[in-house]
Design a protein around this ligand. Structure first.
Ligand code: PLP
Length: 505
């Protein structure tokens, strides 16, 4: 493809992308293809001769789009959003053109420096305590990871390293057998803590690291949040079993119900265990993968008391969920970047360079698990500049308000629906109301499941489900950029009609 052909192909591609967004509401939300559909449509080997762009592009509509579930569809109320927007797409275009494996500053200074700048912008927008800024008092800073799962794994690696450094006797010589023995013994006792509503990525990180994992049960009466008492009991139990907690994931906006752990209570319980800043303290990672986006609004900063997380060690949120940047843009902040560098810096002669040796630059390869990295800050920069803080606040508030309107509509039909949690960060979790007082849990679960299946089968909206204390429940989220009030009203209408039918039996 030469430049002239690229120009023509890019023009038709942009036209098609615009048409895609404009015709989205007319499509079914979820792809209806059968497993293996694509193999039947494509040849079994790559073409010997290159093909023309129009031939390739035709197959996007014919073969690919039927297998796409439309995460930007206004009727997409499942999971959490996975955002995109025009400025973000433009960022990807430039990033693809300026392709490089920008692991060290010298590999493309702009890639590293823009990332540092925009993550400082973001930290300020979200009102994170200054310790998470690259210019803050504790040598903190942010780095873009591929996902919240990668972020929690990275945090856990750094936390393990920090804990071992602080607790294995310093007089054991580095590299000695005695030190290795002491480290291995300690590792066998170390445990990562989370809650029963923490995202599965925390457990997966522990699995990958081969360390113990304990989930503290969170209860409905506490709003499904980790409390001081719950954590204190777990710490006591660990101690009694000879285990050493070194890591805790707390969540701002759990996946199932968008609950927020009690940060003040967590800090108090931890201070009774090992006070902040003392050797062997528990590293606290704040997982705000979805709801962290809402911190752009001062009222959310206040309600969540986000300033309290200055006591904790790391924070992560996905701009690619609810902040209009497309996947992947997981923004991970640490209070002291040295914790990452000490755990993840492995030298190899081929990567030596004067700038790194001078110690004046950031080499993000030392803040992450992979070596190479893309120019992801560009799309963040474009989105922040195109929308501005006010534009993003407006969008978040609009989608939160739609969540409130949705919950209000369910409350108005309390003969049909029971809200279990929410609305919280544009997420409401509900089930079918009891048909009669005597309906068993199993009967109510079966009826709610019937409603859920029937609604999704229609193709107009997509909702997902969860299970809370044995109760099957439906989750409906209103955070997608294209969703407007009329779409939420339509979702309510569908739910009411189907629920009435299910109730009639
Ligand atoms: N944490 C929370 C609270 C989530 O809701 C999710 C996914 O929805 C994740 C972590 C994992 O996100 P990722 O796909 O970025 O790993």
């Amino acid at each position: 493809m030469d430049a002239a052909e690229f120009k023509e192909a890019a023009t038709t591609t942009i036209d098609e992308i615009i048409a895609y967004f404009e015709t989205l509401p007319a499509r079914d939300v979820v792809s209806r293809v059968e497993p293996g559909y694509l193999r039947k449509l494509l040849p079994s080997t790559a073409p010997d001769e290159g093909e023309s762009w129009p031939a390739i592009q035709r197959d996007v509509e014919a073969a690919i789009l039927p297998g796409i579930t439309h995460w930007s569809h206004p009727g997409f109320h499942a999971f959490f959003p996975c955002a995109t927007s025009y400025p973000s797409i433009l960022g990807e275009l430039y990033s693809a053109a300026l392709s490089g494996a920008c692991f060290n500053w010298v590999c493309s200074p702009a890639v590293t420096e823009l990332e540092t700048v925009v993550l400082d912008w973001l930290a300020r927008m979200l009102a994170l305590p200054p310790c998470f800024l690259s210019t803050g008092p504790t040598r903190g800073g942010g780095v873009i990871q591929g996902s919240a799962s990668e972020a929690v794994l990275t945090a856990m690696v750094a936390a393990r390293d920090k804990y071992l450094r602080e607790t294995v006797p310093a007089d054991l010589l580095e590299g000695s057998d005695a030190r290795e023995e002491a480290v291995m013994l300690k590792r066998s006792r170390m445990v990562a803590l989370a809650t029963t509503l923490t995202h599965s990525s925390a457990k997966k990180a522990a699995l990958i690291l081969g360390c113990r994992f304990r989930a503290v049960r969170v209860r409905e009466e506490d709003g499904y949040a980790l409390t001081r008492e719950g954590l204190a009991a777990a710490l006591t139990e660990c101690r009694a079993q000879g285990l050493e907690p070194f890591f805790l994931t707390v969540t701002l906006g759990t996946t199932d119900v968008c609950s927020v752990d009690d940060f003040a209570g967590v800090a108090e319980a931890l201070d009774e265990h090992v006070p902040a800043g003392q050797p062997g303290e528990v590293w606290v990672h704040v997982d705000a993968a979805y709801a962290g986006a809402a911190l752009v609004c001062p009222e959310v900063q206040e309600a969540t008391r986000i300033g309290l997380i200055g006591r904790f060690h790391s924070f992560d949120m996905n701009m690619h969920k609810w902040l209009l940047v497309n996947f992947d843009a997981s923004c991970f902040f640490v209070r002291d970047r040295e914790w990452l560098v000490q755990a993840l810096s492995v030298n190899q002669a081929v990567y030596d360079n004067k700038a790194s040796d001078g110690g004046l630059v950031t080499d993000y390869r030392e803040w992450q698990i992979p070596l190479g990295r893309r120019f992801r800050s560009l799309k963040i920069w474009f989105v922040l500049r195109s929308y501005g803080v006010k534009g993003l606040q407006e969008y978040i508030r609009r989608t939160i308000k739609m969540g409130e309107d949705f919950a209000e509509a369910l409350r108005a039909r309390s003969d049909l629906f029971d809200i279990i949690t929410g609305p919280s960060f544009a997420l409401t979790v509900f089930r079918l109301a009891a048909k009669s007082e005597g309906a068993s849990l199993e009967e109510r679960n079966a009826l709610t499941k019937k409603l859920y299946d029937a609604v999704n089968a229609m193709g107009k909206i997509w909702v997902t489900s969860t299970e809370l204390d044995g109760r099957f429940a439906i989750r409906l989220m209103t955070g997608v950029r294209t969703t407007q009030k009329e779409h939420v009203d339509a979702a309510v209408k569908i739910l009411v009609e189907v629920a009435e039918e299910v109730m009639r039996g």
